[in-house]
Write a new protein. Structure first.
Length: 223
């Protein structure tokens, strides 16, 4: 019976069998089974490709896809809006002035940048840092959702109105959304002000500190 089965498979072009889990992945799978966070993220990055042309931003002057950076097994993940000029040049999210402030925010809760994972809702720089448009978000956000599912963080911090709206599917502004904990894809989601907003409105750092204390307590709690 099994011999007939194998003969039939051979006629269909199956050249052999293997116990290697990777062998079970089908062409087109973006999240093959039994992969570590790092392997899954690398596969997703390769799937997006260095020259992604899925939305119009590839024709509007972006230099490169800014995938995400950090610990693939992170308990804490930050989600921003879109790469800016510095990120577009370096290929790494949050490396400009707002990024330096984000690094300080991370260090304020006794973590290092390498401990967390940082990504954006959209992976390419919009021209003149304009707001991402609906079609760009719809095309790109599934990649962020996959990143979250691969990393499985305990806490996700949405930085600014744009990220909070994209993740929570709401039109409410960040000022209304922050100060509460939301359930999100198996994680706790904390919306807070974007570091670029804090550069313009330093008095709001107080609220961000409150939000980060909440993040820290959630990271330390059992569930
Ligand atoms: N602002 C963002 O939202 N993301 C970045 O990567 C940089 C600035």
């Amino acid at each position: 019976m099994i011999v007939e089965h194998l003969r039939f498979a051979a006629e269909l072009g199956v050249a052999g069998v293997s116990r290697d889990p990777a062998w079970r992945a089908r062409a087109g799978d973006t999240v093959p089974l039994l992969r570590s966070g790092a392997e899954a993220l690398a596969a997703l990055k390769a799937d997006i490709g260095p020259d992604c042309s899925r939305c119009k931003l590839h024709t509007l002057g972006r230099r490169q896809v800014v995938f995400g950076v950090g610990n693939p097994e992170a308990s804490l993940m930050f989600v921003g809006e879109a790469p800016g000029a510095d990120e577009d040049i370096q290929g790494v999210p949050f490396v400009g002035r707002a990024g330096q402030l984000l690094t300080k925010i991370i260090e304020a809760i006794d973590l290092k940048r390498e401990d967390v994972y940082i990504a954006n809702v959209i992976k390419c720089r919009p021209p003149q840092n304009r707001n991402p448009e609906q079609d760009e978000v719809e095309t790109c956000e599934p990649f962020l959702f996959q990143q979250i599912d691969m990393i499985k963080p305990k806490v996700v911090v949405a930085l600014g109105t744009f990220a909070a709206r994209a993740l929570l599917r709401t039109l409410d502004p960040i000022s209304r959304l922050r100060g509460r904990v939301y359930e999100y894809r198996g994680a706790k989601l904390i919306p807070t002000f974007h570091p670029a907003y804090l550069l313009r409105n330093p008095s709001s750092k107080r609220e961000v500190w409150e939000d980060m204390k909440l993040v820290k307590s959630l990271l330390g709690s059992e569930k």
